[in-house]
Design a protein around this ligand. Sequence first.
Ligand SMILES: Cc1cc2nc3c(=O)[nH]c(=O)nc-3n(C[C@H](O)[C@H](O)[C@H](O)COP(=O)(O)O)c2cc1C
Length: 102
Amino acid sequence: MKDRFCRPAIASKVDDMVQYDVVFIGFPVWWYREPSIIDTFAESYDFAGKTIIPFATSGSSGIGDSGSNIGEPAKGAGVETGQRFKAKASAEELKTWAEQYM
Ligand SMILES: Cc1cc2nc3c(=O)[nH]c(=O)nc-3n(C[C@H](O)[C@H](O)[C@H](O)COP(=O)(O)O)c2cc1C
């Protein structure tokens, strides 16, 4: 996390990203931003023309610059501001929030 350009490897791959127009990317806030492995994910696919909706859990910090950070490696994507949730947010709370995009 000290190296802004570190890209930790991801063990698996999404089978067919082409089929998705809207992609939710969720992560815990680490030191006021997205973990570097999220940047690896954003760089791993062609997101051109897709919409990315970031969401994050944290102890207290907001989602900060995570959305614009993700937009850098996810070339051509439209990235929404996203939403921060408390660390123990329920699945129901996330579902209710996500439904606005359906
Ligand atoms: C390395 C690390 C850095 C963190 N940095 C922050 C932070 O900057 N702001 C904050 O509010 N919470 C921070 N947290 C707390 C996490 O955001 C919180 O534990 C997480 O959202 C809960 O999800 P989890 O149960 O999957 O860890 C940090 C946690 C870790 C492990």
